[in-house]
Design a protein around this ligand. Structure first.
Ligand code: AR6
Length: 189
């Protein structure tokens, strides 16, 4: 499995599965979620409502993931995951607990992608918008988790490409630097 980085709009990615930074309600919102529902059309929301009526009466818990159709998007599936809200620094131990939940979003999303047979997956920087997670910290958690899964989770055979799609040059630059560091150690001038 290759980890790649792209700057752009996740709804335009030609991949098998697109990961959505959703909320527990699964009924839409702003940011990536709003863009995915707008571009994908009402079929996605209809499947989300059906999931709420069946298995997720109380909503999708933070750190978990679930798949629906991708509607009109150039992908086969949308995998909805719910990132954690970045904790207030005064909340102490919450940071460790929520860091694990953010890693879990990527783990669960890629596990479901593998179950579906998706060979290429586009991933957003979950929790870095409305949920307030600082980009550098989020990049480390996301990239470390996906790299680890590539090494130990059997993904190397199952998935060809995990493509992080970053909105804007700043986010792209942070992911690029962190990926370089995690792969080869810190950049030296
Ligand atoms: N393509 C790629 N990245 C995007 C796009 C896009 N079209 N649009 C925004 N981003 P957010 P969260 C970036 O807020 O923090 C929603 O209302 C954005 O710049 O979408 O997990 C949900 O319904 C940021 O870096 O997700 C939830 O209520 C990253 O995607 C809540 O927001 C994530 O930002 C989830 O908040």
């Amino acid at each position: 499995m290759e980890i790649t980085l792209t700057q752009g709009d996740i709804t335009e990615q030609q991949v098998d599965a697109i990961v959505n930074a959703a909320n527990s309600s699964l009924l839409g919102g702003g940011g990536v979620d709003g863009a995915i529902h707008r571009a994908g059309g009402p079929e996605i929301l209809a499947e989300c409502r059906a999931l709420r009526a069946a298995h997720y009466g109380k909503g999708l818990p933070t750190g978990q993931a679930v798949a629906t159709t991708a509607g009109r998007l150039p992908a086969r599936w949308v995998i909805h995951t719910v990132g954690p809200v970045h904790p207030d620094p005064r909340e102490g131990a919450e940071l460790a607990r929520r860091t694990e939940l953010l890693a879990s979003c990527y783990r669960e999303s890629l596990r479901i992608a593998t179950e579906l047979g998706a060979r290429s997956v586009a991933l957003p920087a979950v929790s870095t918008g409305v949920y307030g997670w600082p980009m550098e910290s989020a990049a480390r958690i996301a990239l470390a988790e996906v790299m680890e899964m590539g090494r130990t989770g059997g993904l190397d055979e199952a998935i060809d490409e995990a493509r992080f799609v970053l909105f804007g040059a700043d986010a792209y630059g942070v992911f690029e630097r962190v990926l370089q560091e995690l792969s080869h150690g810190p950049m030296v001038d």
